[in-house]
Design a protein. Structure first.
Length: 328
C-alpha cells in the first residue's frame, strides 16, 4: 500500500510539473524595452548581464536600435515595446501631446550632450554661430539644452538656422557641409573627434544641470502588469547595488557590451550617476522645460501640467523607499 502511495505521489508530481504548476522557478513573462545604445542605460545592461531580470521572472527583450530616447518612446507608444527609456524632456513633450504614460524611475543622471562646430567655417566662439546652420536632434533634450546655452552666452537663437540632424548622422552631416555645427551626445562626440581631430571645437551645453534617464511605460501596461513593474524595479535595484559594490567590474561590463576602449570608458564614466531614484529635482526640471516649450510655442497648451500625475512611484517606494523624494 505504501509503495502504491509513493508511485501515485510521483505520478502527480510528474503531471503537475509537465503542466507548469509545480516548479521552484516562477514562470517568466516576456517584457520588451526600447532604448538607445548608450551608457545612460547601464543599469538595464548590468541587470541583463547578471540575470537579475530572469531571477525576477522577466524575460527582457532589449530593442536598442533607436537613435534617441525620443524615438524609443515613440516606438513604445506605437506598440513596438512595453517600456522605453528617455530623458525628462521627452516625457514633457509627450504629456503636452496628450499621451498617457508614466515614469517608473530614473536610472541615470548624466551630462553628456555637446555642441560641436567646425573651426574652418569661421567659428571661433559661440557668438560666431549666428547665421550658421546647426544640426540638432529635434524633439530631444539637446534642443532645450542648446537654447539655454545660447541664452547664457548672449546669442540670439533666431539668428541661427536649426535643422533636424539625429545624433548618429552627425559625422556625415558635418562632413558633407550640410551643417556648420551639431549638437550630439556620446558616443557620437567620440566619433566626431576621431573623424575631425583638432578641426572641431567641443563644448558642453548642460550648464551644470544633469539630465535624467527615465524608465517609462503606458498607463494601461502598468495597470495590467503591476507585478511585472515591481519585478522590473527589483532587478534594476540589484543592478544599482552591483555598481556600488563592484564599480570597476560594472564599468568593464559596459565597456565590453558597448564596444568601448579603456580610455573612452574611463573618460565618460564620471559623467553618469547610476542611481535608481525619483527626486523632486526631476519635477522641477520638467516644469522648467514645460515653461520653455510654452514660451517657444512648441505646444498649443499655455499651462504647465501637473507632472505628479505622470509619476508612478509606488513600486520604487516599496522596494527602495529612501530613493523617492518627491512632494505630493
Amino acid at each position: 500500500m505504501q509503495r502504491l502511495g509513493f508511485f501515485l505521489t510521483c505520478f502527480f508530481v510528474f503531471i503537475l510539473t509537465s503542466l507548469g504548476f509545480y516548479s521552484c522557478t516562477p514562470p517568466e513573462a516576456t517584457v520588451t524595452i526600447g532604448i538607445e545604445k548608450t551608457p545612460v542605460n547601464s543599469l538595464v545592461y548590468i541587470a541583463l548581464s547578471n540575470r537579475y531580470f530572469r531571477d525576477n521572472g522577466i524575460r527582457l527583450i532589449v530593442k536598442n536600435n533607436y537613435a534617441s530616447g525620443a524615438a524609443a518612446v515613440r516606438g513604445m507608444l506605437k506598440g513596438e515595446a512595453d517600456l522605453a527609456t528617455a530623458t525628462e524632456y521627452v516625457v514633457v513633450r509627450q504629456v503636452f501631446a496628450g499621451k498617457k504614460l508614466q515614469i517608473l524611475a530614473s536610472i541615470d543622471k548624466f551630462m553628456h550632450q555637446y555642441l560641436v562646430w567646425r573651426k574652418d567655417r569661421g567659428i571661433k566662439d559661440v557668438g560666431d554661430l549666428e547665421n550658421k546652420k546647426i544640426g540638432v536632434p529635434l524633439e530631444t533634450q539637446a534642443q532645450f539644452n542648446l537654447s539655454r546655452y545660447l541664452v547664457l552666452h548672449h546669442v540670439d537663437e533666431k539668428k541661427l538656422h536649426i535643422v533636424d540632424v539625429q545624433a548618429p548622422e552627425a559625422v556625415a552631416a558635418l562632413s558633407g557641409g550640410g551643417v556648420d555645427a551639431v549638437v550630439v551626445w556620446q558616443p557620437n562626440v567620440m566619433a566626431l573627434v576621431e573623424h575631425f581631430g583638432d578641426k572641431i571645437e567641443v563644448r558642453s551645453i548642460h550648464n551644470d544641470q544633469p539630465a535624467f534617464c527615465l524608465v517609462t511605460a503606458g498607463e494601461e501596461w502598468i495597470r495590467l502588469h503591476p507585478g511585472l513593474a515591481a519585478h522590473l524595479i527589483t532587478a534594476l535595484s540589484r543592478a544599482e547595488e552591483f555598481v556600488v559594490n563592484n564599480n570597476t567590474q560594472a564599468k568593464n561590463m559596459i565597456k565590453t557590451r558597448l564596444n568601448y576602449n579603456d580610455a573612452y570608458i574611463n573618460m565618460i564614466w564620471p559623467d553618469h550617476e547610476l542611481t535608481l531614484s525619483l527626486d523632486q529635482s526631476l519635477v522641477v526640471a520638467m516644469e522648467d522645460q514645460a515653461r520653455w516649450m510654452i514660451e517657444n510655442r512648441l505646444t498649443p497648451i499655455n499651462e504647465v501640467p501637473n507632472f505628479m500625475d505622470y509619476i508612478h512611484e509606488h513600486e520604487l517606494k516599496k522596494i527602495k523607499p529612501q530613493s523617492v523624494n518627491i512632494i505630493r
